[in-house]
Write a protein that binds this ligand. Structure first.
Ligand code: NAD
Length: 290
């Protein structure tokens, strides 16, 4: 397929490279990053978008997505698919989808989970919002870049699924870390704690697959000095999006709100920036109730 790819950062570059490796004709553009091997460089976003069957964006946030969309929608062919894989607020996803539709373009918001490792290995999970026709066009590209793509309903629902998932992830990581820190103070060995919880009703992805305690359970960033992995600031970004969305629809999300406040403090004033989001455990270890 003829593919335009805009936003060739940590995630976009390996995703675009995998598409090129699989034989798709990929043209790329980024304001700062170079094109990866196999991707033809364009001089601007509209140039990368013109004449393509699918245009993929992988950008930092909703504001940048809106500005890139305003540039590329007029340049795109009618009937082409505008596939946004960035994590953005639901409002921006829906606004951009509306503009694309008005121009005869098929929008699909499909944020990912799986991180840089998944982007490199082609094992991302996509959660997609948009029409069946847009999903069907994008499916062969999802197969190259990922292991799973789930259609979630109309435009914006991919982003909704992503922020709900990551709100659970942030909350359960905090719960897992505070429980380990409590166990320490109660004199319960971490390995015993893991052996019980990982096979009991407290089990979770954070406990079983991403164990935040070094040397215990799954091999994870905790075993590598809490080098990300999934950086605490990216967790904070997604938690903030969850609270922005919750406010917009008047949803009561008290633990999501508490997790957002904790990650905010962790990143902004407790040295958490640049660390994996599981570094909440050493944070709790050092603290008392005060
Ligand atoms: P990144 O900052 O490495 O990449 C973003 C790229 O967009 C940069 O190279 C930047 O130069 C480019 N860019 C910015 N403005 C632009 C413009 N106007 N035109 C063209 N290019 C522009 O970020 P990333 O880690 O690749 O993340 C991209 C998206 O994926 C984000 O929305 C992020 O939340 C999401 N995401 C990231 C991860 C992760 O682990 N890194 C995991 C899941 C989802």
């Amino acid at each position: 397929m003829k593919v335009g790819f805009i936003g060739l950062g940590n995630m976009g570059a390996p995703m675009a490279a995998n598409l090129a490796k699989a034989g798709h004709a990929v043209t790329g553009f980024d304001v700062a990053a170079p094109c990866p091997e196999g991707v033809a460089p364009a001089a601007s976003a509209p140039e990368a978008a013109a004449g393509q069957e699918v245009v993929i964006t992988m950008l930092p946030n909703g504001e940048i997505l809106r500005s890139v969309a305003a540039e590329i929608i007029p340049a795109m062919d009618r009937g082409a698919v505008f596939l946004d894989c960035s994590t953005v607020d639901v409002d921006s996803a829906r606004a951009v989808a509306g503009q694309a539709q008005a121009a005869g373009i098929l929008p699909l918001d499909a944020p990912v989970s799986g991180g840089v490792v998944g982007a490199e290995a082609g094992t991302l999970t996509f959660m997609a919002g948009g029409s069946d026709a847009a999903f069907a066009t994008a499916e062969p590209l999802f197969e190259v870049m990922g292991q799973k793509a789930v259609p979630c309903g109309p435009s914006g629902n991919g982003q909704a699924a992503k922020i709900c998932n990551n709100m659970i992830l942030g909350v359960t990581m905090i719960a897992t870390c505070e429980a380990f820190a409590l166990a320490d103070k109660l004199g319960l060995d971490r390995q015993k704690m893991y052996d019980v919880v990982s096979t009991s009703s407290g089990y979770s992805w954070t406990m079983n697959a991403y164990t935040p305690a070094p040397g215990i359970g799954a091999n994870s960033p905790a075993d590598n000095g809490y080098k990300p992995g999934f950086a605490a600031e990216l967790m904070l970004k997604d938690l903030r999006l969850s609270q922005q969305a919750a406010e917009a629809v008047d949803a009561d999300t008290p633990t999501g709100q508490a997790a957002t406040a904790l990650y905010e403090r962790f990143v902004e004033s407790e040295g958490g920036a640049g660390k994996d989001f599981s570094a909440m455990l050493p944070r709790f270890e050092k603290r008392g109730r005060g």
